[in-house]
Design a protein around this ligand. Structure first.
Ligand code: SUG
Length: 446
C-alpha cells in the first residue's frame, strides 16, 4: 500500500465576492445576477467546509484569493491615477471590464489547474498545468497569479513540474481539473486519467459555450507525460452543457475506483466505460450512474448533486459524498442519495451535507471550491507547509475574514473606491498569514 494521499486545496473566497452575472451558460450566475452578496459569510462557509473535512480526518490545504479589483490590468488598459481613481474611472466608463476586474472567481480552485500525480507521469514528478480559463473575460485573469501560487506551494523542481497556462485561444480552451477525472485503485497507485472535453477546435459553436477543447486536453496529457495506454479523452454530452453543466464536474465526479455520474453526462457512455475498463490495469472500475428518470439534468444542475466531493474517510470501507445542502433540499436528489447509500455493498456509503450557499449562487459547489493534489509523503514534505490548514491557521484566517470582509456587497457598493483600499489592506495582511511574502500581490510593488 502506498501512503500517498489526496489533499484538497480550497480557494479562499476573496473580499470582493459578488453576483455580477458574468458566466454565460452558468444558470446560477445568470439567475442571481445583481443580488446582494455576503462576502464574509461566503468566506466563512468555505473555511467551515475545510474544517469539516479536517474534522473527518482528511488533510486540507488553502489557496489565497487574487488581487481584486485587478488594478494592474485596468492600468494596462489605460486607466491612471491612484488605485482608487483607476477603479472609479473604470467603473464609470467601462462597466463590463470593471466587473470582470472585480470577480472573486479564483475561489473555484477546481478551475485553477489540472493535476497529474507523480504515479501517472513518466518522469516521476507531480505535474500541474495552470488553466487558461480563456472563455470568460473575468476568469482569463486568474492564470498569472495561480502560477505564482502553485510555484510557492510546489517549489522543488526535482519533484514538481508547474506548467504555465496554454496560450489563451479558443482552440486551446482549458478550465482545469473541473474537466478532468482520475480513477485509481488507491490514490498513490497508477491511475487512469480521464479528460472530458466539450468541443474540438475545428467545430463550429452552438448553444452555451463549451469551455474545454480536445486539443487543450491532448496538450496537457503530453506535457504531463501521461501514458496513452492509461489516458482517456471523452466528450461531454452537448445536451448537458446546454442544460447548464458548463463543466464536467457539474455532472460527474470520480475517486479511486468509483465514477459517479449522470446518465446524460457523456456523449458516448458505453465507449467511455469500455475504454476505462480496457485501460484500468490493476483497477476494477465501478460506475455509479444516476438515471435521468430519477434525477433529470435540471435537478442535477440546480442541486449540484455531482458537484460533491467524493472521498474516502480514514478506515472507511466505502466512499463518502460531501454534498451541498441544496441536494438535501431537492426531493429528487435527496431521496436518490438516501437510497443509494443504504444499498448492500454501496460504493458510496455515506453522505455529509455542507453549506456553501454563497458560492452555489454563482454556480460553485463543494467540488468547485477545491483542487485535489495527490501527494506522496516525500512530496508533501517538499511542499510549502504554510498552505496546509491546521487549527492555528484556521483561527488566524477566521479572525482575518471577520476583521476585513464586508458583511454585504450590494450592486451599488461595487463602485466604492474604499473597496480597493479595504481589499488591499486585507490581502497585505494575508501575505503574513500564508507563506506569500511582501511582493506577492502586484499592489505591494506599487
Ligand atoms: O466559471 N462562476 C464560475 C463558477 C465555477 C464553478 N467551477 C466548477 N464547476 N468547477 C464560472 O462560471 C460567476 C461569477 C459572477 O457571475 O459574478 C462565475 O464565474
Amino acid at each position: 500500500m502506498s501512503d500517498a494521499e489526496e489533499i484538497n486545496f480550497d480557494g479562499l473566497v476573496g473580499p470582493t465576492h459578488n453576483y455580477a452575472g458574468l458566466s454565460e451558460g452558468n444558470l446560477a450566475s445568470a439567475r442571481n445576477a445583481n443580488m446582494v452578496a455576503r462576502p464574509r459569510e461566503a468566506a466563512l462557509q468555505g473555511l467551515a467546509k475545510m474544517q469539516r473535512l479536517r474534522a473527518l480526518g482528511l488533510s486540507q490545504g488553502v489557496l489565497p484569493p487574487h488581487e481584486r479589483p485587478n488594478i494592474s490590468w485596468l492600468r494596462s488598459l489605460g486607466f491612471s491615477g491612484s488605485d482608487g481613481e483607476v477603479w472609479e474611472r473604470a467603473w464609470k466608463s467601462e462597466p463590463t471590464i470593471a466587473r470582470a476586474a472585480l470577480a472573486a472567481s479564483a475561489m473555484w480552485a477546481a478551475n485553477a489547474a489540472t493535476i497529474s500525480p507523480s504515479a501517472d507521469c513518466a518522469d516521476g514528478r507531480l505535474h500541474a498545468t495552470v488553466a487558461n480559463l480563456q472563455t470568460m473575460l473575468h476568469r482569463i485573469l486568474e492564470g498569472e497569479q495561480t502560477e505564482r501560487t502553485l510555484q510557492r506551494l510546489l517549489p522543488d523542481e526535482a519533484r514538481f513540474a508547474v506548467h504555465s497556462a496554454l496560450l489563451p485561444h479558443d482552440a486551446l480552451s482549458d478550465e482545469g481539473a473541473a474537466n478532468h477525472m482520475r480513477m485509481a485503485a488507491e490514490p498513490g497507485a497508477r491511475g487512469v486519467e480521464i479528460f472530458v472535453y466539450g468541443r474540438k477546435a475545428s467545430e463550429t459553436k452552438a448553444g452555451f459555450p463549451a469551455r474545454q477543447t480536445l486539443e487543450a486536453c491532448h496538450a496537457i496529457a503530453r506535457s504531463h507525460a501521461l501514458d496513452p495506454a492509461r489516458t482517456v479523452f471523452a466528450r461531454q454530452a452537448p445536451q448537458a452543457i446546454d442544460a447548464g453543466a458548463f463543466h464536467n464536474d457539474v455532472v460527474a465526479v470520480a475517486h479511486e475506483q468509483v465514477l459517479f455520474h449522470h446518465e446524460d453526462a457523456f456523449a458516448d457512455k458505453a465507449a467511455l466505460y469500455a475504454e476505462v475498463q480496457g485501460k484500468a490495469d490493476g483497477l476494477a472500475p465501478i460506475f455509479v450512474e444516476v438515471p435521468r428518470d430519477r434525477v433529470g439534468l435540471e435537478d442535477a444542475v440546480t442541486s449540484y448533486l455531482f458537484n460533491s466531493q467524493l472521498l474516502r474517510l480514514p478506515g472507511a470501507s466505502s466512499l463518502t459524498l460531501i454534498a451541498p445542502t441544496e441536494v438535501r433540499e431537492n426531493n429528487k436528489t435527496a431521496s436518490y442519495v438516501t437510497e443509494m447509500i443504504v444499498q448492500p455493498n454501496a460504493a458510496i456509503g455515506q453522505v455529509e451535507y455542507v453549506e456553501v450557499r454563497e458560492s452555489m449562487r454563482n454556480g460553485g459547489g463543494p467540488a468547485c471550491l477545491r483542487l485535489r493534489i495527490v501527494m506522496t509523503p516525500a512530496e508533501r514534505a517538499a511542499a510549502a507547509p504554510g498552505f496546509f490548514l491546521d487549527d492555528t491557521l484556521a483561527a488566524k484566517l477566521e479572525g482575518w475574514i471577520t476583521r476585513h470582509y464586508r458583511e454585504e456587497l450590494a450592486p451599488d457598493d461595487l463602485a466604492d473606491p474604499a473597496l480597493v483600499r479595504e481589499t488591499q489592506s486585507a490581502l497585505d495582511e494575508l501575505t503574513r498569514i500564508l507563506p506569500l511574502g511582501a511582493d506577492f500581490y502586484p499592489f505591494q510593488g506599487r
